[in-house]
Design a protein around this ligand. Structure first.
Ligand SMILES: C[S@@+](CC[C@H](N)C(=O)[O-])C[C@H]1O[C@@H](n2cnc3c(N)ncnc32)[C@H](O)[C@@H]1O
Length: 190
C-alpha cells in the first residue's frame, strides 16, 4: 500500500478502528456499498463474530455478498437490504464498532445517497447499540453532488452529545482544498 493510500479516508478509518475490534465481536456496517468496510469488520470479528451490513440498494448488498463469499468472510455476516435507520430491528446485541460511510455508491447512481435527516436518525440509533468502550466511525463528505446539508446536520448533532458519555474526535485533511472528506470517531465513554 502506498503512503497516499494509507491515508485515504476509508483506510485511515480502518487503521483507527483496528484496536477496537476483537474476535467474537458484534460490528455494524451501516452503509455497505461495495463491501470493503464489511469485509474489514468481518476479518476483525472473525468466524465467531457477527457483522450486520445495511444498504438500501439491492445491487450494493449483492456486491457485498459476492465480495464476502470470495474473501471467505460470508459466514459471520448478516446482510440487510434496508435503511440503517431501522438497524435496531435486526441488531439485538451491543456493538464494538459501527461504521458509517455516507454519500453514494462509487460508480453508481449519485442520486441514491444518504440523506441528512435519516443519517442523523441512524447515528442516534447506532449510538444506542454501541457498547461502552466501543467506537463509531463516520466518513462525512461534502461539496459536489453531496452538498453541505448532511455534513452540517451530522456535526451539529455530534456537537450536542453529552461529554460525560461520549468523546467525539474529528480529524481533518487540513491542507487539502475542495471540501476534503472528514473522518470522525465517536467513542462511548460510559
Ligand atoms: C459511500 S457508499 C459506502 C461505501 C462502502 N462502505 C464500501 O466499503 O464500499 C454509501 C452507501 O450508502 C448507501 N445508503 C444510502 N442511504 C442509505 C440508508 N438509508 N441506509 C443504508 N444505506 C444507505 C448507498 O446505497 C451507498 O451504497
Amino acid at each position: 500500500m502506498s503512503i497516499r493510500e494509507k491515508y485515504q479516508i476509508t483506510e485511515y478509518c480502518h487503521h483507527f478502528l483496528r484496536e477496537y475490534i476483537h474476535e467474537g465481536d458484534c460490528c455494524i456496517d451501516a452503509t455497505c456499498g461495495k463491501g470493503g468496510d464489511t469485509e474489514f469488520l468481518c476479518r476483525g470479528a472473525g468466524k465467531s463474530g457477527r457483522v450486520y451490513g445495511f444498504d438500501i440498494q439491492k445491487d450494493a448488498v449483492e456486491l457485498t455478498r459476492i465480495r464476502l463469499e470470495q474473501s471467505g468472510c460470508a459466514k459471520q455476516a448478516v446482510l440487510i437490504c434496508g435503511s440503517h435507520v431501522n438497524m435496531a430491528d435486526y441488531v439485538k446485541e451491543q456493538a464494538a464498532v459501527i461504521m458509517f460511510n455516507f454519500g453514494y455508491l462509487p460508480g453508481g447512481d449519485h442520486s441514491v445517497a444518504t440523506q441528512p435527516q435519516t443519517s442523523v436518525k441512524a447515528v442516534q440509533e447506532g449510538l444506542k447499540l454501541l457498547k461502552t468502550g466501543g467506537v463509531m466511525s463516520l466518513c462525512i463528505y461534502s461539496g459536489g453532488d453531496t452538498g453541505y446539508e448532511e455534513k452540517e446536520a451530522l456535526l451539529a448533532y455530534l456537537k450536542g452529545l453529552d461529554a460525560k458519555h461520549w468523546l467525539v474526535i474529528i480529524h481533518t485533511y487540513y491542507n487539502r482544498k475542495n471540501d476534503p472528506p472528514l473522518p470522525v470517531f465517536v467513542v462511548r465513554l460510559a
